[in-house]
Design a protein around this ligand. Structure first.
Ligand code: SF4
Length: 318
């Protein structure tokens, strides 16, 4: 079994609003193994993007990391200075953002944006070598060398997202965090972008955390899945087990709500709505929607426990 490259322990993030503190990530703990692909799935507002940003220490006010540790290769990221953290980002852990439209600089050619990222992290090379490196990077994400001389508006959505992947891997990070990297792309382009991500992950021997709301899409890519609900991780299991023997009632309902070729007909939705993070139900936050809730669920928060050889879940009934 590979050792953990990244380990998150007791991570807590609050957003401080005029109506009080909102608990966006509550006591999150998990490990990411070398070369592993882990999916983080949840409905909107479940805390999955907050968690990704917190790992990179990119939470902006009114959000604040209230506690916890993030260990990357033996280094606790929470103890680093801002400058040390800036160096770790990209070099050791890199983010592929949700909207490539917003993360690329619209008035700068792709070449300049990759070169800036390299320079920013202390890579000083003669121009010819930088150009070669950029060409290799573009090649590794399936883009033609001419793309280096283009502005973002000259690229399609899929090409822009691949350019973002090229920037993210420019310093060969150990961990890549991809936050809904294919949102706003059509299905064919989604597939191409995911294939590109899979290829660079293999080439770099990196580990990937893929954040998404689409269980079907995430499941095709990952080895293990973490399910988030109301700011908590409620299950982490190998992807096959999530489909064949889901542990948490919420995971079961998520799987049952997926379209399937075998079971045509009306989709089974999840009853009710996700709770407001600033007004969470008592006990298990899923109890108002859970078909198996018992009295204890309304008063007692279930702990996140080992449930089988490779799975963890938070439910009183396990
Ligand atoms: Fe359902 Fe209770 Fe388990 Fe929560 S703890 S998921 S309410 S059975």
């Amino acid at each position: 079994m590979n050792a953990d490259v990244l380990r998150v322990q007791g991570l807590v993030v609050h957003y401080h609003t005029p109506l009080g503190a909102v608990q966006a990530a509550d006591n999150i703990a998990f490990g990411l193994r070398a070369e592993e692909r882990l999916g983080l799935v949840g409905e909107s507002g479940s805390g999955k993007s907050t968690l990704a940003l917190a790992i990179l220490r990119m939470i902006k006010p009114p959000g604040r990391i209230e506690g916890g540790e993030v260990w990357l290769d033996g280094l606790n990221l929470m103890t680093l200075s801002e400058e040390e953290m800036r160096k770790v980002r990209l070099a050791r852990i890199a983010m592929i953002p949700q909207g490539s439209m917003n993360s690329l600089n619209p008035v700068m050619r792709i070449r300049g944006q990759v070169a800036d990222a390299l320079r920013d992290h202390g890579v000083r090379l003669p121009k010819r070598q930088v150009d070669e490196r950029i060409r290799d990077l573009l090649h590794s994400v399936g883009l033609r060398p001419e793309v280096a001389g283009m502005f973002p508006h000259e690229l399609s959505g899929g090409m822009k997202q691949r350019a973002c992947i090229a920037i993210a891997i420019s310093l060969r990070p150990r961990v890549i965090l991809a936050d809904e990297p294919t949102s706003a792309l059509d299905v064919v382009v989604q597939k191409q972008v995911m294939e590109t991500l899979a290829r660079v992950q293999r080439d770099l021997e990196a580990s990937v955390i893929l954040v998404g709301h689409d269980m079907g899409l995430v499941a095709q890519f990952v080895d293990r899945v973490g399910i988030m609900y109301a700011g908590k991780l409620v299950e982490v299991s190998p992807v096959r087990d999530v489909f064949t023997q889901p542990l948490h009632p919420y995971t079961r309902l998520l799987i049952a709500s997926l379209p399937s070729l075998q079971h045509k007909g009306t989709f089974q939705g999840i009853p009710g709505l996700p709770p407001l993070l600033r007004d969470l139900p008592s006990g298990c936050a899923f109890h108002p929607r859970c078909p198996h809730a018992v009295d204890r669920c309304r008063t007692e928060v279930p702990g996140f426990k080992e449930a089988g050889t490779a799975s963890w879940a938070a439910c009183h009934l396990l």
